[in-house]
Design a protein around this ligand. Structure first.
Ligand code: FAD
Ligand code: NAD
Length: 367
């Protein structure tokens, strides 16, 4: 039994237990957290090591063992919500009775700060790659069946490649396969696909290498990371999204979450900054969504338009923002998310402060 070390989290007791039938083994993790969800648990079973990491705020509770017997590849997880219990089901390879679950490995049954756990990687397979714009592609990668991992809204993962003998890791933000995929919980058990919108920079270190991968190749993907908090959406009425280029990526799941899960929401507005029309990621999907859902509006701003462009032009500016950031009602609860190239984001945050938005009302995605 493990005790939470910190005050703010309370002194809940974390523990696990296991039981078996002829054909399966169930590991039950008791968190006593009512708001636990399937994105709080990351499971991997590879290289003789079974690992289940339950994430609660900045801490991880780890189950880490060498199982005593072999299991089939696929693993499933479910939440028993009202009691904060997580159940992991493993299928036995042979119908024998297990005397013990296995042998403890490093940090088994312990509660440690996330930053001390380190990022864990699993090999994911490239399933498909589709052009989205002239330089941005939608990559689909498949998690191994022995893993369970869902990236929380607004968080990112790391992809790892070996480039000329050196291991390089870069962060990327998982998206849905389109703006119209339903965001439901509990998610279907077979949620093994991860999608990424990635811009290929011809002179870049990592992305040309990623682009050279063949369908079927493997890429290690890390556990999620990030400090975005969906608690910011409580009672939210007006959501403003400021994105530049691939800075759209965190907005995809945020948009989806806001439109499907935030009851208090009245309006979501996206201002999307790009160089030219050809650079706009998912333009027609964004327009379709705005047409379909009256709560959502999108405005495109181009920094290097052709002479035919009749829409908004320029870089992020006080004039563009003060017109865009109109509250629905004087007192309405507002939240603003901003993501793009560092100078864009830094300038945007300065301008938002100048317009009297508080730190609490802004989330900036930075490196
Ligand atoms: P780099 O080698 O970093 O080069 C990038 C560009 O800068 C190239 O055009 C290169 O020619 C130019 N450049 C490099 N060095 C210099 C220099 N000294 N002077 C001038 N120009 C230079 N990207 C996505 O596409 N999708 C995502 O979902 C995504 N999510 C992210 C999430 C987070 C939290 C962060 C921090 C970044 C994210 N990024 C995302 C960006 C991504 O991590 C990489 O930075 C990006 O893919 C560039 O990688 P690269 O190694 O190919 O290019
Ligand atoms: P880009 O070069 O195509 O530029 C898009 C727009 O950004 C431009 O049209 C312009 O309006 C604005 N912009 C660019 N440089 C600017 C500057 N110096 N000052 C003010 N505005 C400027 O963008 P891109 O190549 O798609 O790059 C997207 C960036 O977003 C990358 O740097 C990437 O690392 C970052 N990103 C960060 C995250 C995160 O979570 N932190 C996620 C995704 C992308």
């Amino acid at each position: 039994r493990t005790r939470l070390p910190r005050k703010g989290l309370g002194l809940q007791v974390y523990s696990y237990d296991w039981f078996q039938t002829d054909s399966s083994v169930t590991i039950a993790i008791y968190t006593k957290q009512k708001d636990i969800s399937l994105d709080s648990i990351i499971i991997d079973n590879q290289d003789d090591s079974f690992r289940a990491e339950t994430i609660i705020q900045d801490y991880s509770y780890l189950i880490h063992i060498r199982l005593s017997h072999e299991v089939q590849e696929d693993v499933s997880a479910r939440i028993v919500e009202n009691v904060g219990k997580i159940e992991i089901v493993l299928k036995k390879k042979e119908n024998t009775s297990w005397k013990c679950l296995g042998h403890p490995l490093e940090n088994h049954n312990s509660f440690i700060p996330r930053k001390d756990v380190g990022l864990h990687y699993r090999e994911c397979q490239l399933i498909s790659k589709e052009d989205v714009t002239h330089d941005t592609k939608l990559f689909c990668l498949k998690l191994p069946p022995s893993s369970h991992l869902q990236t929380p809204v607004g968080q990112h993962v790391y992809l790892k490649l070996t480039v000329t003998g050196a291991e390089i890791v870069k962060p990327y933000t998982p998206v849905s396969d389109s703006l119209f995929s339903e965001f439901k919980e509990p998610v279907l058990p077979n949620k093994q696909y991860m999608y990424f919108l990635i811009k290929i920079y011809p002179a870049g270190l990592f992305t040309p290498e990623l682009d050279h991968l063949q369908i079927g190749d493997f890429v290690p993907i890390s556990s999620p990371e990030g400090n975005f908090k969906i608690s910011k959406f409580q009672e939210l009425e007006d959501l403003f999204l400021l994105a530049a280029g691939t800075g759209l990526t965190p907005m995809v799941t945020i948009l989806n979450f806001a439109l499907t899960r935030v009851r208090s929401l009245r309006k979501v507005k996206l201002m999307f900054f790009n160089k030219t029309e050809d650079d706009i990621i998912w333009r027609s999907q964004l327009e379709k969504l705005a047409f379909k859902d009256k709560r959502f509006d999108v405005e495109f701003v181009l920094s290097a338009p052709t002479s035919e462009w009749t829409g908004k032009q320029g870089h992020i500016s006080p004039a563009l923002l003060s017109e865009f950031l109109k509250r629905n009602l004087d007192e309405s609860k507002v939240f603003i998310c901003i993501c793009g190239p560092t100078p864009f984001t830094e300038q945007g945050v300065r301008l938002l402060h100048d317009l009297n938005f508080s730190k609490d009302e802004i989330h900036s995605f930075t490196a």
